[in-house]
Write a protein that binds this ligand. Structure first.
Ligand code: HPA
Length: 270
């Protein structure tokens, strides 16, 4: 652990005396889940040493500490994106810090375009694997995170037990959820029809502009990871529908109850 990571972790824990067992990242439009945290202590990202200030629309930009069903958690309401100009280290720093505070599990969510034709707006995709199109043009240049991603090729990056539980919640509660592959782009533009067509051919089920850096950092730290996408727009190359940020946020609000049910069930796992 670097001094920068431990300094941030100590700073946070001096304000919220809590050792979280799980970290949660709430993506676009999903930040309302932070309101379900009991006895919350909310800290603006910008106040925390080493954190940036989240600027994406629809993101609260707060770290919220407290409990959900008596499980101590730390949640990011909002996150840092590469498309905002943050480096990979900036994007993954909060994961390192939440891990340093004690979190051994990460539940990471996002709003994503539904590339698979079976998906509709509001569906949940439990991420089984990912395709990283954010690779190639950045240098992973600090000692902050474990710099080796080799683990992703030799073992599961996404936790099987947490994924199974998430799928079971969908069955029990009666909403649509699929296991699928998340493709990450740098953004910030949505795709052309040709790009959506290509992504389908490559085997992607959903596409978004986040999550993979945080998952890789968490996985390299040995955290168990659950990744959830909420389909905010259908990316149909043959029947183009304009994707806009407001649509993404609205779908997020509607899908919050599903996310909440999954989060509660997964937190209850041993
Ligand atoms: N493409 C990329 N990122 C996204 C999309 C999309 O269609 N929807 C939400 N995030």
């Amino acid at each position: 652990m670097t001094p920068k990571i431990s300094a941030a972790a100590d700073w946070i824990q001096s304000r919220a005396n809590l050792s979280p067992s799980a970290a949660i990242i709430l993506g676009s439009g999903l930040g309302g889940l932070a309101d379900k945290i009991e006895d919350p202590v909310a800290i603006p990202f910008g106040d925390i040493p080493g954190f940036g200030t989240s600027t994406a629309a629809g993101h609260r930009g707060q770290l919220v500490l407290g409990t959900i069903d008596a499980v101590p958690v730390v949640a990011m309401a909002g996150r840092f994106h590469r498309y905002e100009g943050w480096s990979n280290d900036d994007v993954t720093f909060p994961v390192d810090v939440m891990h340093a505070m004690g979190a051994s599990r990460l539940i990471v969510s996002n709003a994503a375009g539904g590339v698979s034709p079976k998906l509709s707006v509001g569906d949940i995709v439990v991420i089984a694997d990912h395709i990283n199109f954010m690779t190639g043009t950045f240098a992973w240049n600090s000692k902050q995170s474990v710099p080796c991603f080799g683990r992703t090729h030799s073992g599961p990056t996404y936790d099987t037990a947490m994924s199974k539980t998430a799928m079971q919640v969908a069955v029990d509660t009666g909403f649509a959820a699929y296991r699928g592959t998340y493709l990450a782009t740098f953004g910030p533009t949505y795709e052309t029809r040709a790009e959506y067509r290509m992504m389908r051919k490559l085997g992607a089920d959903v596409v978004g502009m986040s999550t993979v850096p945080e998952v890789l950092a968490a996985s390299n730290r040995g955290m168990r990871v659950l990744g959830l996408s909420m389909v905010s727009n259908v990316a149909n190359p043959d029947r183009p529908v304009k994707a806009d940020h407001e649509e993404v946020l609205q779908a997020g609000r509607a899908a919050e109850v599903k996310m909440e049910a999954i989060v509660r069930a997964v937190l209850g796992l041993p």
